[in-house]
Every structure is written in structure tokens, then in C-alpha cells.
Design a protein around this ligand. Structure first.
Ligand SMILES: *Cc1c(COP(=O)(O)O)cnc(C)c1O
Length: 421
């Protein structure tokens, strides 16, 4: 459920008509709903209660500081995958002891930054990384709390680019070698084991792969405890999928996910950490764009929008589907037409949808891409020297620009011409 609904024939974000925002901010723009973000976070909290837990928002899915502040103020932790994301979380007022640091290639500088600023735990992904963190922590005279991300070798049954839990993926340490690695951590200075971490992929639409992975984590917990390690936290990663179409998809609900976690891991007495990204942010955002031209080609009609693949890359990168809806609700039984929905960027990959049924559209009409809150704005680029799309946050009847559109002068001024040229 989200808070983007038609009221009086106009698509609203909560109580604000999207066309009002378009008039004030210009198009294209991303718009997020505070009520939807809050609702999704709360669903996870409720699903895990009464187990001790921390819901760490995966901020790579949507990293605007205003959004992080909203979630942080509700008590959310944050899952970060870079020094930059760590600084964003801190800028949003999230304390270090609610931030977990994931990612396969943490640099020594990033480790130092997090140790200085305060960190809940590092999720280690390899032995070289483990040794580097030991050196950095020992040289600073501090102890780094760690988990090891184990790779459980399960098939997440999702898009190849976002599956991470098979042995051929670059992520984590094979679960079969975990005991050896934990033993080495126990010997190294500057490190302290606090738990186990696992994350098998993104946009999973079944619970079964999670359950397989979590059962392996439960067994590993018992093995490691028997070997004398203190396993008090289980970080289960993110990855729960969302419905991208209104009709047929029905991914598992956070309630079912929570019940399965309690069933498979509840007896271990661990604090449960989860790292949902997409399920909190995905349906909390839309991308609003304007039709520049309706172009009638041979046997095909094109809707040329002012948004492009650089603003929302998921369709061209992951073959992802986004529902596209007119901002002004068409009257019932109005005629429709199949459009190829494209952006103005100079490559054929700049296609959002082919043969998509939409009501008859005209130049300057507004459309909204649904489910664009996750992996939307954060993956945008300035390809074709197109300014990064602004972001707007709505709460009730209020809205505010939470990242403004840069001017062309600002964009061009970042380049410099060497004096020897
Ligand atoms: C990407 C990622 C997540 C979030 O995944 P979603 O599918 O957005 O829930 C969580 N943890 C790690 C380690 C990740 O890489």
C-alpha cells in the first residue's frame, strides 16, 4: 500500500496534487511520501517484535538525508556500504551505534572514518578485509565489532545482477569456511566477534530462499558457539521484493517474513538485524515526468518524455517494469493506445516501456512512474549533461524540495581546463 492515489481526478502524494509540485519545481522530479516510508518501516518493526531487533534501512536504495532523518527519528538503524553513506547517516543525526557497515571493498580510510565516528559493527566480506580492519583498529587502539558475511550458496531466484548468495558471486565467505575464519578473527588484535551476517540478493519474491539461508545461519550459530564465539546478533540482510505491477505479483509480506524469522531463528536468543532497502523506499516514491512530444512513427507511437535512462536506469539496466500512469486521471472508458515510452537520450537503451497501454496522451501531459523510490534517484547520472533530478518530500499537505536541481553553470563549473591547454 502507498499514498499515491487519485483524488478529484488528480494523482496526489498524500494530500498534495503532483501537478502542483510540477508547477513549483518543474519536471522531471522524484517525490517521496513520508507516510509510506513510515508505514513500511513500522511493518518491519511490528513483524519482528517481540524479538530484540534493529531494522537498518539500506540507504543505498534511497540516500537523501531528509529521508534518513525521517527514518532515523523513528528509531531505524542504517546499513551503509561506503564512507559517503556513513557520513550521510551521521548528517541525518543517526548515532554510530545504529549504523552497520556492509560492502565487499571497504577501504582502510573508510574503516578509520567509521571507527572514529562510532559504528555498531562491520560486516566483513573477505579475509584480506578482516586483516586490514584488524590493523586499522589495532593502530587506533580500539576494538572493531564484527560479523562475517557468510555466503550460504542458495539460489535467490532473482535477476542475475542482484543475486548475491550463490558461491559464484563475489560476496561473503563460503559458509563451509566460516569456522576457520571466525577462529582467525579470535586470534587477531583489534577485532571482536558479535554475530553472523547474510544477504542473498535483492527483489526476492519468495520466502523459501531466505528460509534456506537462515536455517544454515542457525546451524552455524550453534557450531560457532560450541567453539567459544559470542554470537549475539544475526544480521539477515535485506532483499524482500515489492510488487512492481498492480496486478499479478504478490511478494511475501513483512509479516510472513517476520514470522519465518521467528520460526527459524527465534530460539537462539540473538538480536535480529535486518537491512531492508527496496521494501521501505520502493513504493514510497514516484518519478514525475512531462511528455515533450507524442511522435507517431510507422506502426508505433512514441511518448517522448523529459525523463530519461540517466534519471531512472532500472528499465534499461535490469529490464525492470515500472507502472506508468497519467497524473490527470482519464475519464472511465476513455480510449487508450499502446505507446513506446522513451526518453530523449541518444541511445536505444533509453526506453522505459514498449507497447504500453496508456490513455491518449498529448504534449505537456504529466505522467508518474510508480515504485521509483528505490534505486531511482540514487542511481541517476548526468549523462547527456542532464541535471540530476530534484527530490521532493511530502508529508500530509506539506511538501519541500529536499534536493534541488543543479544549474547548468554549477554543473559545468565542476570541470576545469588545465593551464597548459
Ligand atoms: C543492497 C543491499 C541491501 C538492501 O537490499 P534491498 O533489496 O533493497 O532490500 C541490504 N544489505 C546489503 C548488504 C545490500 O548489499
Amino acid at each position: 500500500m502507498d499514498h499515491f492515489l487519485y483524488r478529484n481526478g488528480h494523482l496526489h502524494a498524500e494530500e498534495v496534487p503532483l501537478s502542483d509540485i510540477a508547477a513549483a519545481v518543474g519536471t522531471p522530479f522524484y517525490c517521496y511520501s513520508a507516510a509510506t516510508l513510515t508505514r513500511h518501516y513500522t511493518l518491519f518493526k511490528d513483524a519482528l517484535n517481540p524479538l530484540p531487533n534493529l531494522v537498518c534501512f539500506a540507504i543505498k536504495s534511497l540516500s537523501n538525508v531528509a529521508v534518513l532523518k525521517l527514518l532515523g527519528d523513528l528509531g531505524a538503524g542504517m546499513d551503509v556500504v561506503s564512507g559517503g553513506e556513513y557520513l550521510r547517516a551521521r548528517a541525518a543525526g543517526v548515532p554510530g551505534d545504529r549504523i552497520v557497515f556492509s560492502g565487499v571493498g571497504k577501504t582502510r580510510e573508510e574503516m578509520r572514518l567509521a571507527l572514529e565516528g562510532g559504528i555498531r559493527q562491520f560486516n566483513l566480506e573477505s579475509e584480506p578485509e578482516m586483516r586490514a580492519l584488524s590493523e586499522v583498529a589495532a593502530s587506533m587502539g580500539v576494538i572493531a565489532p564484527v560479523t562475517v558475511r557468510v555466503n550460504p550458496d542458495v539460489d535467490a531466484k532473482t535477476h542475475a545482477k542482484i543475486a548475491t548468495g550463490k558461491s559464484e558471486n563475489k560476496f561473503g565467505i563460503p559458509i563451509s569456511r566460516a569456522a576457520e575464519v571466525y577462529a582467525e578473527i579470535a586470534r587477531l588484535p583489534g577485532l571482536k566477534v558479535v554475530g553472523i551476517d547474510v544477504h542473498i540478493g535483492s527483489q526476492l519474491t519468495e520466502l523459501e530462499p531466505f528460509e534456506q539461508a537462515f536455517r544454515k545461519v542457525a546451524d552455524l550459530t550453534e557450531t560457532l558457539r560450541a567453539q567459544g564465539h559470542m554470537i549475539t546478533r544475526l544480521d539477515l540482510g535485506g532483499g524482500l521484493g515489492i510488487p512492481y505491477t498492480r496486478s499479478n505479483e504478490a511478494p511475501p509480506l513483512p509479516t510472513d517474513y517476520g514470522a519465518m524469522i521467528k520460526r527459524t531463528l527465534g530460539h537462539l536468543g540473538c538480536e535480529i538485524e535486518i537491512e531492508p532497502g527496496r521494501l521501505i523506499s520502493g513504493n514510497s516514491g514516484v518519478l514525475v515526468s512531462k511528455v515533450i512530444y507524442v511522435k507517431n512513427g510507422e506502426g508505433r507511437d512514441f511518448l517522448i518524455l523529459d525523463a530519461a535512462m540517466n534519471d531512472l536506469v532500472r528499465p534499461s539496466m535490469y529490464d525492470a517494469h515500472h507502472d506508468i500512469v497519467p497524473v490527470i486521471e482519464p475519464p472511465p472508458a476513455s480510449p487508450s493506445r499502446a505507446y513506446d515510452v522513451v526518453g530523449p537520450v541518444c541511445e536505444t537503451g533509453d526506453t522505459f516501456a514498449k507497447g504500453r497501454d496508456l490513455p491518449l496522451m498529448a504534449d505537456d501531459d504529466l505522467v508518474a512512474f510508480r515504485s521509483a523510490g528505490a534505486y531511482g534517484a540514487v542511481m541517476a547520472s548526468e549523462y547527456n549533461t542532464r541535471p540530476l533530478v530534484p527530490e521532493v518530500l511530502v508529508k500530509g499537505d506539506q511538501f519541500a524540495v529536499i534536493r534541488r536541481r543543479p544549474s547548468f553553470d554549477e554543473m559545468i563549473a565542476r570541470d576545469s581546463i588545465p593551464e597548459w591547454l
